[in-house]
Design a binder for this molecule. Structure first.
Ligand code: ADP
Length: 161
């Protein structure tokens, strides 16, 4: 079975992430959306909340599964028997970081392949960080996240103010 993992913080999951997951789900028999526990990144949402939001967002993708992980992404991929790691690339911002990570991963996990998807034009500028900033300033975020994420995000940013 072809299994790919799509790992990230997903704090929270956006339509940009979902676009990548949906496209990947067409290429692989199973896609595991792997939510990094990210204890050092001080995420806005807990790991359980990020997993739950991603689960709800991907109910329409029968071959997608959402789980959390704490170890190195490559080690996690090996554990769940994924052959491929999926990443999304936005113009400019992502390439250098992704390139460095890819080189490191190739050294540490030579059998793991990387497939990068170019972010779709409409989501090139979309990041969870910008989204949180827009939400905290009452910007209209409805084009960028599923409805349940928008509700949770508005609630969370206002409870922190
Ligand atoms: P990380 O904490 O590793 O940066 P993210 O949750 O921000 O994780 O993103 C996970 C993956 O999704 C990364 O490969 C990132 O480049 C990609 N990604 C993030 N936002 C978008 C977007 N708007 N369009 C396409 N890919 C994206």
């Amino acid at each position: 079975m072809t299994i790919a993992i799509y790992a990230g913080s997903f704090d929270p999951i956006t339509n940009g992430h979902l676009d990548i997951a949906t496209r990947a789900a067409k290429l692989f028999e199973k896609i595991i959306i792997a939510v990094y526990d990210a204890p050092n990144k001080h995420p806005l949402f807990t790991t359980e909340e990020r997993v739950e939001m991603a689960r709800q967002a991907t109910v329409g993708l029968p071959n997608a599964e959402v789980v959390s992980f704490t170890e190195l992404t490559g080690a996690f991929a090996k554990r769940v028997k994924a052959q491929t790691m999926v990443r999304g690339l936005r113009m400019g911002a992502d390439f250098e970081r992704e390139f460095d990570m890819a080189m490191m991963n190739k050294r540490l996990f030579p059998e793991l392949e990387l497939v990068c998807f170019m972010a779709s034009v409409e989501y090139q500028f979309l990041s969870s960080t910008l989204l949180k900033e827009a939400a905290s300033l009452d910007g209209n975020i409805s084009d960028f996240v599923p409805e349940h994420v928008a509700i949770a995000l508005r609630k969370r940013v206002h409870s922190k103010m």
